[in-house]
Design a protein around this ligand. Structure first.
Ligand code: SF4
Ligand code: SF4
Length: 146
């Protein structure tokens, strides 16, 4: 009989301890978000795919020196540029990134001496289509400025 009541007592004690923990967590501030409806800003050091940096006029800082393309160990970057008539400097006409091959090593960003490349904060990139990871960075920059 004593064992019977002892077990009921221990069961109730355990129940109230559990409810105490639940109640304490219930009144604490929420630390989760309703992903994918809500997202958190990524930390400064987060590396998403690379993105072109623009100047005050909304044009890319890139001067088509090709250093990033050469520095990429995975051959992800393809750049084309042209020299408009009467101009001394080349203008970027296409900057494509094959993100399926990118290891996020950072060699491209490090090799750029013109502050023209940075890592994006993009992380919502799930897709079943490989083609969704081929990026036209110049087009993306233009779309950002629309
Ligand atoms: S290294 Fe910089 S400036 Fe040179 S092509 Fe790449 S992004 Fe453009
Ligand atoms: S982060 Fe590395 S692998 Fe990715 S594009 Fe740049 S150089 Fe290539």
């Amino acid at each position: 009989m004593v064992t019977y009541f002892n077990e009921i007592y221990r069961g109730l004690l355990s129940l109230f301890e559990g409810m105490g923990v639940t109640f304490k967590e219930f009144i604490k501030p929420t630390v989760t978000v309703s992903y994918p409806y809500e997202t958190l800003p990524m930390c400064d050091k987060f590396r998403g795919h690379i993105e072109l940096i623009e100047n005050e006029d909304g044009k890319p800082n890139c001067i088509v020196c090709m250093m990033c393309q050469r520095a990429c160990p995975s051959d992800c970057i393809k750049i084309t540029g042209k020299k408009p008539e009467g101009e001394k400097k080349k203008v970027l006409t296409k900057y494509t990134l094959d993100f399926t091959r990118c290891s996020l090593c950072g060699s491209c960003v490090e090799s750029c001496n013109f502050n023209a490349l940075e890592f994006s904060k993009e992380y919502n990139l799930a897709s079943t289509r490989k083609e969704d990871f081929y990026y036209d960075l110049l087009q993306r920059l233009e779309d950002r400025n629309k």
